[in-house]
Write a protein that binds this ligand. Structure first.
Ligand code: PLP
Length: 404
């Protein structure tokens, strides 16, 4: 449908964004599903979104409270990326990834969403193709289309949830400008191993040379501190210099309503000074997409702690163990908030309905363009986890009876 036939005055691009399948299923789910009606009922087990289900830690509250007290008359003046916040973020990245980052190459944004949008618009022209892997975070497609770009979707290897490098190689065309890599991955929880990232870098290097056009990686890594069993996260930036790194503090502190993140350019990224100038212009032109002053002042303190990863891991182990015993098939996540579980019946939406009828709410694999699965968010409370177990068991038995 174009702007004329819609009759609303909406632009073609706005209509294209609003009409995107994954975006529509998410917005319908949030606006008019059984979940939308029942989400505030005390008796439900809410495993849907990565939202908190317990009071925020005192440290987080204190960090924001301290930042809200003005130290000067300029405290709440227009802020671009403040030097203290950039310094703290760059130091933390250097520590976590072991590669150089300069504070001036940290471009603070209103969360990971804006960092990805900024990365796309910095390097890609309308009509360029952007490759990403299914199952994806469901907002890649709206972000890509809104930037005037073309999404190219490649399936992950469902037996390991790894990147399928051959499929990515096959999807590259002369119009390919970027590959979005999301590790630790939402929804699978997979952390891509260094050998795979190295292989991807080699493929992109070769393909860029062959087409005469540089292909960038946009490394979307908001979960890079949320890893289990002492796993070590590796960023694609360690293996491929043409990587732009998007990060959000919303996951590290389980506080997605407080918008804070950044787009970081590793020191080895060729052309980063010129790209930095362009990014500054874009951040203004895209609507002053800098975090609020209070979030910027709080950032150095926020770098010093995170949510309780041990608690998340215990919830993962409790749920994964219990589900496996019931007969569910899953690969235990190495990081993130999520379990991506095989649905016991092919129709994952019907199965999500069976669970919902028992007060347990999950997201269907179909919402991640990967039918046959469902996603559980481990941000549910421990009490919800315990209360859900009989319902998961009964739903599995009900599904088995249907199948068989
Ligand atoms: N990237 C991934 C993979 C995500 O899961 C999310 C949020 O769910 C984001 C980016 C955006 O993060 P934020 O809402 O903190 O901007």
């Amino acid at each position: 449908m174009n702007g004329e036939s819609h009759g609303s005055g909406a632009s073609r691009r706005a209509l294209a964004v609003a009409g995107i399948g994954p975006y529509r299923s998410l917005s319908t789910f949030l606006a008019s599903s059984t979940y939308a009606r029942r989400q505030n009922e005390p008796g439900i087990c809410d495993f849907t979104l990565g939202n908190p289900h317990q009071m925020p830690p005192q440290d987080y509250v204190e960090a924001l409270r301290g930042a809200a007290v003005p130290h000067s008359d300029q405290w709440f003046a227009y802020k671009q990326s403040t030097p203290e916040a950039r310094e703290a973020a760059a130091a933390s990245l250097r520590g976590h990834l072991g590669i150089p980052f300069d504070p001036v190459d940290i471009h603070l944004t209103t969360g990971g969403f804006a960092a990805i949008a900024l990365a796309l618009k910095t390097i890609a022209d309308p009509g360029d193709e952007v490759i990403y892997t299914l199952p994806p975070w469901f907002c890649y497609e709206p972000l890509v289309v809104e930037a005037g770009l073309v999404p190219v979707k490649v399936k992950a290897r469902l037996e390991t949830f790894d990147l399928d490098i051959d499929a990515i190689r096959a999807a590259i065309t002369p119009r390919t400008r970027a590959v979005i890599v999301n590790s630790p991955n939402n929804p699978t929880g997979r952390i891509y191993p260094p050998v795979l990232l190295e292989e991807l870098g080699a493929v992109l290097e070769k393909s860029s040379a062959a087409t005469g056009r540089r292909i960038y990686i946009i490394s979307d890594e908001p979960y890079n501190r949320i890893v289990f069993d002492g796993a070590h996260f590796h960023s694609p930036a360690e293996f491929y210099p043409y990587t732009l790194l998007a990060y959000s503090y919303g996951k590290t502190h389980l506080s997605p309503g407080q918008r804070l993140g950044y787009l970081a350019l590793p020191s080895e990224l060729p052309g980063r000074e010129q790209l930095g100038e362009v990014i500054t212009a874009l951040q203004v032109a895209m609507g002053w997409i800098y975090p609020n002053a209070i979030m910027q002042y709080a950032l150095p303190r926020l770098e010093e702690f995170s949510i309780d990863i041990g608690l998340l891991q215990r919830k993962r182990d409790r749920l994964a163990g219990a589900l496996e015993e019931m007969g569910y098939r899953l690969i235990r996540p190495e990081g993130t908030f999520y379990l991506f579980v095989r649905s016991p019946v092919l129709d994952d939406e019907a199965f999500a309905g069976i669970l919902a009828a028992r007060d347990v709410f999950v997201l269907s694999g179909t919402m991640f363009e990967t039918p046959g699965f469902f996603r559980i968010s481990l941000t549910a409370s421990e009490e919800m986890v315990e209360r859900s177990l009989p319902a998961f068991a009964a739903a599995f038995d009900q599904a088995a009876a249907l199948v068989g």
